[in-house]
Design a binder for this molecule. Structure first.
Ligand code: ADP
Ligand code: NA
Length: 348
């Protein structure tokens, strides 16, 4: 029988943003109370696109600080960075040999990230989902709390687990797993308060660290003025629907996004968020001015203390490095024996 275990991670490619927080982090924090949790700073994923070495080191520490500042407790959960546990890279290689080219060719994130100049994308960017499968399965994790954008990668991880179990069934059974299941099928847990937060500038794109315009996202490191400015300038359509027509408002993606963010931060339902929009619509000059005001208030209230705590923690980088070293040792203690079993099963 396989024990319930949680694994998830974020890339240290810049400051974490509201999408990371509402789509994944809030869920991670809750799961600490009910599950054995392993949370990783996925630095090997970060280098699939160019990272300035000095900034990368800083970002690894800052994401770790953001984890802790948001409420992840290194005593309750394992917090570490991927590159310190070589089992990830080793298992990823084995999975490179399990996964099929056709499977990776279907990954939409690669197409988005590689853009038009696909020939010039790194091989790592292409193989990224295999490494992600290794991250999860190196711990035989069963639950993976993520935002909606990771759904397809999770499906690939499930396919890899299944193909490995099938390909090596005989050896797996011989190794004492009578049901022939070595790797569990990891379940996506896509239940954060807002599982798909969109860009503030372009409602067709998700809020992301890799979006060039900083105005498109609210970072956990943004101060009160920045948060206010970004929300004020968030794109809202010029032609306002009458504020009483809830259905018309709901149908508009940029309104849906702002109301969704507001509701998620305020801990209320989307219906209640829409009601707040109606209640404040007469404040003017636009019908969104009032919503943007209350959204700014709640964003500053929620993110202000997190930012202050990140700044405080970043004052002592040695302490952050200690947390990562300790977490890595605990992660290795789980992953190394699993990798040894995998090698045995494969005949290595
Ligand atoms: P990014 O895409 O900004 O580089 P990551 O790839 O590091 O972020 O993703 C870290 C976690 O945050 C993942 O679980 C991902 O699904 C979640 N996430 C990222 N962007 C969003 C978003 N806009 N809305 C909801 N969840 C998101
Ligand atoms: Na992503």
């Amino acid at each position: 029988t396989i024990k319930e275990r949680v694994f998830s991670g974020m890339q240290p490619t810049g400051s974490l943003h509201l999408g990371n927080y509402l789509g994944a982090m809030v869920q991670w924090i809750q799961m600490q109370e009910t599950h054995e949790c392993i949370y990783c700073v996925v630095d090997l994923h970060a280098i699939t696109v160019w990272q300035e070495p000095k900034e990368l080191r800083h970002a690894i520490r800052q994401v770790t600080a953001a984890y802790i500042a948001s409420g992840l407790d290194p005593k309750k959960s394992i917090l570490f960075n991927q590159s310190q546990v070589s089992a990830h890279a080793e298992l990823a290689w084995i999975f490179n040999c399990v996964a099929r080219l056709g499977w990776l060719n279907r990954m939409t994130q690669f197409k988005e990230k590689a853009g038009k100049d696909r020939e010039n994308a790194s091989v790592g960017l292409y193989a990224y989902p295999n490494l992600m499968a290794a991250d999860i399965l190196a711990y035989r994790a069963t639950h993976v709390p993520v935002g909606e954008d990771q759904k397809q990668h999770l499906e690939l991880a499930r396919d890899i687990a299944q193909k490995f179990n099938n390909d090596f069934r005989e050896q797996i059974v011989a190794a004492g797993h009578e049901d022939g299941v070595f790797f569990p099928q990891p379940e996506p847990v896509i239940t954060g308060p807002a599982t798909r937060v969109m860009s503030l500038r372009d409602g067709t794109k998700k809020m992301s660290k890799s979006e060039p315009s900083d105005m498109s996202r609210i970072n956990l490191m943004d101060d009160t003025d920045k948060i206010a400015d970004k929300i004020k300038r968030a794109k809202t359509d010029m032609e306002p629907a009458p504020p009483t027509d809830i259905e018309a408002l709901k149908a508009r993606p940029e309104i849906d996004n702002l109301v969704g963010i507001y509701a998620a931060l305020a801990g209320i339902s989307k219906e209640e968020g829409l009601k707040a929009l109606q209640d404040t619509a007469s404040e003017g000059p636009s019908i969104f001015t009032g919503l943007k005001r209350v959204l700014t208030e709640v964003a500053v209230e929620k993110l202000g203390p997190i930012r202050a705590e990140i700044v405080r923690l970043m004052d002592d980088p040695a302490e952050i490095d200690r947390v990562l070293a300790d977490g890595s040792a605990r992660a290795r203690a789980i992953a190394v024996p699993i990798l040894a079993d995998v090698k045995d099963i494969v005949g290595l």
